[in-house]
Design a protein around this ligand. Structure first.
Ligand code: ATP
Length: 381
């Protein structure tokens, strides 16, 4: 681990850190269909890494190749410096927790958890102490004599997690681990999962299609589309600096304006929108050519909405009328219709309790929109 405390939790920034899992040029074809397409990825020890992507993008196939249940068509996988390609699943230092949990219905919680250790031929006393320790960690001690059908979905999920962890794998692979849980339980279990991972220091790779889950859990996220990773970064990097329109819309939502570069410098980019010639000033530098076609993305919560005009400026301002208001409790969503017909989404936190029926602005009201020069991102595709 790095001596620099800042790098200890961000080993991917440490040029001296060695990746724990190395995926090199991995491809998987089924007939003439390419499910995973020449993927490279480094994952560091102790990371909780999420692969996020829509249905069928190849996440599970890649996970199964890491576990050894599927053979790559091309490429190599290394774990802790050892090439895995010729090592069978049962000899790999990984364990996999499946979507369906696959618990044995006729066995009690403790027998389910002990199963792998019994099969490995460990002695009774060792098994008992390992099982007790892990049952305590996942807070299932009082349920240890129950069978799976006598448990809630969240409790069953924790049994599956305990069963996967009791063998102390170096890497735990989790395929949609919280998919079967309702929203409330899922949120609670996300934190439990993070705590357990933190306590054990095991490297977790989680496959999910749930972006909120990925944002909450991960040290880093790799976004997958059509068998490729299209952006990798921390949740903040992915959210704040998406590098394509696809990602800007896939993670959260974004208002996207098509335009052309008017000026491009070391510290700013000026873009004129194609639709209505409004100007967007962005305070990050770029090496874009003048006149290049680009898109400016602005997150709904970065836009200020006001009844009175903001300070006079020739950029980062729009005028429209309120078309719709959605009150969601902790926040409100506003849809503002611009003169050019485009709808802008704005999200506002409800920090002050409004009087009944009262909103920041009202339906059909003329409003002024503005945002900080640091709030927009310029995208080239
Ligand atoms: P989901 O979130 O729906 O589970 P995923 O991203 O995990 O999706 P995979 O299960 O990896 O997707 O599948 C990727 C693609 O490969 C899909 O189009 C799938 O139909 C195809 N595929 C997976 N396994 C096989 C197989 N054994 N034979 C043929 N095609 C397969």
């Amino acid at each position: 681990m790095s001596k620099d405390p800042k790098l200890a939790h961000r080993p991917w920034l440490d040029p001296e850190a060695e990746p724990y899992i190395k995926i090199q040029g991995i491809t998987k074809r089924f007939g003439d269909f390419t499910a995973v397409d020449n993927v490279d990825l480094d994952i560091y020890k102790g990371e909780l890494f999420c692969w996020l992507g829509g249905s069928g993008c190849g996440k599970s196939t890649l996970l199964r190749m890491l576990a050894g249940f599927e053979t790559p068509t091309a490429g190599k996988i290394f774990i802790d410096g050892v090439e895995m390609n010729d090592i069978p699943a049962y000899e790999r230092p990984v364990n996999m927790m499946f979507q369906s949990y696959a618990l044995f219905p006729h066995m009690t919680v403790e027998k389910n958890i002990a199963y792998g250790l019994v099969r490995d031929g460990l002695d009774k006393a060792t098994i008992q102490s390992k099982v007790e320790e892990i049952i305590d960690m996942v807070e299932l001690t009082q349920f240890s004599k129950r069978k799976p059908h006598q448990l809630s979905g969240g409790q069953r999920q924790r049994v599956a997690l305990a069963r996967a962890l009791v063998k102390q794998p170096k890497v735990l692979l989790l395929d949609e681990p919280l998919g079967a849980l309702d929203k409330r339980l899922r949120e609670q279990t996300q934190y439990e999962l993070m705590n357990i991972q933190d306590q054990l220091g095991v490297t977790f790779i989680v496959v999910t299609h749930d972006q909120e889950e990925a944002m909450t859990l991960s040290t880093r996220i790799a976004i997958m589309d059509k068998g490729k990773f299209i952006q990798t970064g921390t949740p903040t990097e992915i959210y704040e600096t998406p590098d394509s329109r696809f990602i800007a819309n896939f993670i959260g939502s974004a208002n996207i304006f098509e335009g052309h570069v008017v000026e491009s410098g070391k510290e700013h980019v000026l873009v004129r929108s194609t639709r209505d010639q409004s100007l967007f000033y962005i305070d990050h530098g770029s090496d874009l050519q003048e006149n290049a076609k680009v898109w400016v993305a602005i997150r709904p919560e970065k836009i200020k909405i006001s009844k009175s005009p903001p300070e006079q400026s020739d950029h980062n301002q729009l005028i429209g009328t309120v078309d719709d208001i959605g009150y969601l409790g902790k926040l409100s969503n506003y849809k503002v219709l611009l003169d050019n017909g485009k709808i802008i989404d704005i999200t506002y936190p409800n920090q002050v309790r409004p009087k009944s029926g009262d909103h920041l602005v009202d339906w059909e009201e003329k409003v002024y929109l503005s945002w900080d020069a640091s709030s927009a991102v310029v995208l080239t595709h």
